[in-house]
Design a protein around this ligand. Structure first.
Ligand SMILES: Cc1cc2nc3c(=O)[nH]c(=O)nc-3n(C[C@H](O)[C@H](O)[C@H](O)COP(=O)(O)OP(=O)(O)OC[C@H]3O[C@@H](n4cnc5c(N)ncnc54)[C@H](O)[C@@H]3O)c2cc1C
Length: 381
């Protein structure tokens, strides 16, 4: 390898690729690692659609990675149903700014890959070729990060014993930009069904994220698409009488996790930092995991800009700046992390009194406008 690499980015998910594009715009030579012995960035199938907030949208727009209108849907309204007829709706007073945007994961991935290929100062590196002595290594390998494990970083994991099943459905009814979420209590354990409006603003298709006990998720592979469609129709209380599965399906094991240490030293004048799911994961019920990862990217860029513009005597990977990144991000993710954890635990608690309280809670919030504003701000910023 002839070019000296300034920053090595391990992992090319949305977080790693977004970072690579931002750093390449700052005249840095970036190495981006591929898995195994791959030599090219190839696209991956992804059944998911991400709910992204305004900050994430703006961050991706600045590197021209925001997908086309057909792959983006304005989220205008959210309706949540508890297990005993309790309800909560989030409708903005004015419908000018959407609450969030529902983005096709594969379209975002394709957009980032195209842009990476155009950048001459991003070098694609094989996984077995990655000891490049770069002053800074950014670890974006997702929740199972190998490098984080090799570094011996403590990663506190709270398993939910749940999996999320994701697919795309045809409902036959215009979605009008409305997302729906059901918290369902069953003998076999709690389930959370989320339907997100997708495939553009005038569409009848919805993206499904269905969290269920892990045991049940194992059985999903044996079910036909018709059987899954019928189960979904039943869970929505026949709001959609005929649901057809029209996209690929996949399942993910769910957990909430946090790394105790986010930054450290690799060797003389060489440092590392964790970014995105390598540092933290949360339950997808509030659609915040990637938004938090992109928040990490924004803060990493902030400290790079601070070094360029004000503290120019500092080296790349300066420990003072990396610790600033760690402090800021740890504080920032804490409220989302606790919010998702608390909601998940509240709705999976078997105690009868807690069940009653949580349903009164949903109806109570519905009547308290200031609390609803708090939740909307929390999810959308
Ligand atoms: C069902 C579901 C729905 C979700 N919905 C939302 C949502 O609506 N909104 C939201 O904000 N978030 C959502 N999330 C969370 C979101 O998917 C993650 O937070 C986000 O994808 C994390 O991105 P990442 O780039 O940090 O990690 P990843 O997406 O895990 O990417 C890591 C990349 O690194 C690669 N890699 C791993 N190891 C190596 C290695 N050793 N060398 C090279 N490459 C390596 C992997 O192949 C992968 O490409 C959802 C999650 C799930 C499971």
């Amino acid at each position: 390898m002839e070019k000296k690499i300034d920053v090595l980015i391990k992992g090319h998910g949305v977080v790693g690729m977004t970072l690579a594009l931002y750093l390449s715009q700052r005249r840095l030579n970036v190495g981006l690692t591929l898995e195994h012995k791959n030599t090219e960035l190839t696209s991956k199938q992804d059944a998911r659609y991400f709910a992204l907030n305004k900050k994430s949208k703006e961050l991706l727009e600045r590197i021209e990675a925001w997908p086309n209108n057909d792959d983006v849907t304005d989220l205008q309204d959210i309706q949540i149903y508890g297990d005993h007829e309790s309800e909560l709706s989030f409708t903005p007073h004015e419908k000018t700014t959407p609450l969030a945007w529902i983005v096709k994961a594969s379209a975002l991935d394709a957009r980032l890959r195209q842009n990476i290929k155009k950048q001459q100062n991003i070098v694609l590196v094989n996984n077995d070729q990655d000891d490049m002595q770069a002053p800074l290594t950014l670890i974006c390998e997702g929740k199972h990060s190998e490098m984080r494990q090799k570094l011996g970083v403590n990663f506190d994991v709270q398993p939910y014993h749940q999996h999320a099943f994701a697919t795309l459905i045809e409902t036959g009814i215009d979605h009008h930009g409305k997302a729906l979420q059901w918290f369902i209590e069953k003998e076999s354990g709690p389930e959370i069904l989320g339907l997100l409006p997708c495939e553009g603003n005038a569409s009848t298709k919805m993206s499904v994220v269905w969290s269920m006990p892990s045991q049940m998720a194992m059985g999903m592979q044996e079910k036909s698409n018709d059987e899954i469609g019928e189960s979904l129709s039943l869970l929505t209380k026949h709001r959609y009488p005929e649901i057809k599965i029209i996209g690929p399906s996949a399942t993910w094991a769910l957990s909430a996790s946090k790394a105790r240490q986010w930054v450290g030293k690799l060797g003389p004048d060489r440092y590392w930092a964790l970014v995105g799911d390598s540092a933290h994961t949360i339950h997808p019920l509030a659609g915040m995991g990637l938004n938090l990862g992109l928040g990490d990217v924004a803060e990493m860029i902030n400290i790079m800009d601070l070094r360029d513009e004000v503290e120019y005597w500092r080296k790349l990977g300066d420990p003072y700046l990396l610790r600033k990144y760690e402090r800021t991000r740890k504080t920032d993710i804490l409220s989302s992390w606790f919010f998702c954890n608390a909601m998940q635990r509240l709705f999976s608690h078997p105690n009868r009194l807690i069940k009653t309280a949580r349903n009164h809670g949903l109806n109570g919030i519905q009547n308290l406008n200031f609390l609803k504003s708090f939740f909307m701000k929390h999810a959308g910023s």
